[in-house]
Design a protein around this ligand. Structure first.
Ligand code: FES
Ligand code: FES
Length: 154
């Protein structure tokens, strides 16, 4: 059993120490935002924030998370209505196509903007290594700049 917080709720999760966080989130907690894509930390579909860092939950063992703070796409702080600034920018730019990869992109963006509030295109390309098979990269870049603008005014 591991004691941690998920989306700001203290919780004990039962399971083997080597169980990947992704499966604990999806199967035990019913948080289906983080997706399974590659399982080897390459695609980014499973990304969540672990103590504020964008982290591929498919390779993080439960046993390493005692006392950690995990935030999924479902738990991003809302600023207006139900959406975070990043999520609202995604809606405004109509980013998703199939949508499968998008939670991971929004998590990675949230972490990027926390440390680099006004990223350049080069900084975005370097920081956001997620994969989108639908090729929504141009809209993602616009959404990141839109979110950065909104955050600078908040
Ligand atoms: S499923 Fe975790 S990075 Fe692809
Ligand atoms: S929107 Fe379909 S994989 Fe990215």
């Amino acid at each position: 059993m591991v004691a941690l917080t998920v989306n700001n709720i203290p919780i004990d999760i039962e399971g083997a120490d080597d169980k990947p966080l992704l499966w604990a989130l999806r199967e035990d907690l019913g948080l289906l935002g983080p997706k399974y894509g590659c399982g080897v930390a390459q695609c980014g579909a499973c990304r969540v924030l672990v103590d504020g860092e964008s982290t591929p939950s498919c390779i993080v063992p439960l046993g390493s998370l005692a006392g950690a703070s995990v935030v999924t796409i479902e738990g991003l702080p809302s600023t207006s209505g139900d959406l975070s600034i990043v999520q609202q920018a995604w809606v405004d730019e109509q980013v998703p196509q199939c949508g499968f990869c998008q939670p991971g992109f929004m998590i990675a963006t949230t972490a990027l903007l926390a440390r680099t509030p006004r990223p350049t295109d080069a900084e975005i390309d370097e920081a956001i290594t997620n994969i989108c098979r639908c090729g929504t990269y141009p809209r993602i870049r616009r959404a990141i700049h839109r979110a950065a603008d909104a955050l600078s005014q908040s």
